[in-house]
Design a protein around this ligand. Structure first.
Ligand SMILES: [Mg+2]
Length: 382
């Protein structure tokens, strides 16, 4: 089997209600759906969540020319070949050796995302070629995996109690763990908001706080001390974007609340240093934003050895396969507590894991187990 072509479908869907994290506004969901076609007729589907979409699609077109004719089951060779285009090589200046010239430094996030989207499609293809779901290829046996519901995105003018109503609703729908966006308001408003949420979800529901990098170390120690009485399961991405493992180590020494991190890291080498620092207890790679399923597996195997718990970021339909395969070394797959917060997934995919009673139930369909609804794709084309 050989790779014959790669087709991209950039998609956009407006949310019914725009909302904020502590850092940015979300008025629409965006996703690039990727088809890797083969000479055997088998097609694998991958996706990239990120932008700008045009940059990502142009990079994927460049990568398609590099990997056409290669065996799609050779995911490590393909990943390494594409990644090698990011650095200088002897004779490669100007693309004089027939491969693309070393890729622009300013496009690194988009390059990693493009590699990731292709790589996810290769894993989907591998499962289809073997007629097995991806979690079975990895040796997984769990067909139910734990999940948690994320919500509490900030809405302008919304009363603090509205977030408690929202997350309380997740629990009423079966979630046993929920994650609240935090970090956008004053410390006193945040503490009150968290208190209201804890009251609404009850004492037994796990409560995580997803902070989107609002604090320096000293500010975050004050925040952690103030929220600790509400039984917090983890603080996620607590520190400013530029702060590094040494800063996370200072924070970890000052608070008993476990830290979760690495959704913003684009490859395994920086994640390795966060894991080695001992500061983080949960590691949150994201195959759909950066570097793909292959890189997520590399991180997951490393984390398992180091005793850091695997907690993939978003894309439950893909990451549930890793959570299944890593058993007790993995915590959960992340879903949005409100299904309407996945406007693209609902429009373009049929099949995949099913949520019931706080768990995701995996199917035995091959690959990642999703079929594409092409009418939905046409409706959302960017
Ligand atoms: Mg997060």
């Amino acid at each position: 089997m050989k790779i014959a072509d790669i087709i991209v479908h950039p998609l956009t869907a407006a949310y019914a209600q725009g909302s904020w994290t502590a850092h940015e506004y979300f008025g629409a969901a965006q996703l690039v759906l990727i088809e890797v076609r083969t000479d055997s007729g088998l097609v694998g589907y991958g996706e990239v969540v990120g932008g700008p979409q045009k940059t990502i699609c142009d990079l994927i077109a460049t990568f398609a020319e590099v990997i056409k004719g290669m065996d799609p089951l050779g995911h490590v060779e393909i990943w390494n070949k594409l990644f090698s285009l990011t650095v200088p090589r002897p004779g490669g200046l100007g693309g004089w050796d027939g491969l693309p010239a070393p890729l622009p430094r300013g496009q690194r996030p988009q390059i990693m995302a493009a590699i990731g989207g292709i790589d996810i499609a290769l894993w989907d293809l591998k499962g289809k070629a073997m007629n097995r779901p991806v979690f079975r290829l990895l040796g997984g046996t769990r067909t139910e995996v734990f999940t948690y519901g994320t919500g509490g995105f900030y809405v302008e003018g919304a009363p603090l109690s509205s977030y408690a109503d929202e997350l309380g609703g997740f629990v009423a729908n079966g979630f046993r763990a929920v994650k609240l966006k935090s970090g956008a308001l004053s410390l006193s408003d945040e503490v009150e908001r968290i208190r209201l949420v804890r009251n609404a979800i009850g004492p037994k529901t796990l409560l995580m706080l997803d902070m989107n990098a609002p604090y320096d170390v000293e500010g975050c120690i004050r925040y952690a001390d103030a929220v600790a009485p509400h039984d917090i399961f983890w603080l996620e991405e607590p520190l400013h974007w530029h702060l590094q493992p040494a800063d996370y180590m200072r924070l970890a020494r000052a608070t008993p609340i476990p830290l979760a991190h690495c959704e913003r890291e684009t490859h395994r080498f920086t994640v390795r240093d966060f894991i080695d620092s001992g500061a983080i207890r949960f590691v949150q790679f994201d195959s759909t934003r950066h570097a793909g399923f292959t890189e997520s597996l590399r991180i997951a195997y490393y984390a398992e050895q180091k005793g850091v718990v695997i907690a993939p970021h978003t894309a439950a339909h893909i990451h549930c396969h890793i959570v299944s395969a890593f058993g007790d070394a993995a915590f959960a797959a992340e879903t949005r507590g409100n299904a309407a917060d996945h406007p693209i997934h609902h429009a373009i995919y049929r099949g995949g894991p099913v949520f019931k009673d706080g768990m995701l139930h995996l199917s035995e369909a091959p690959g990642f187990g999703m079929d594409v609804d092409w009418k939905g794709v046409e409706r959302l084309r960017s």
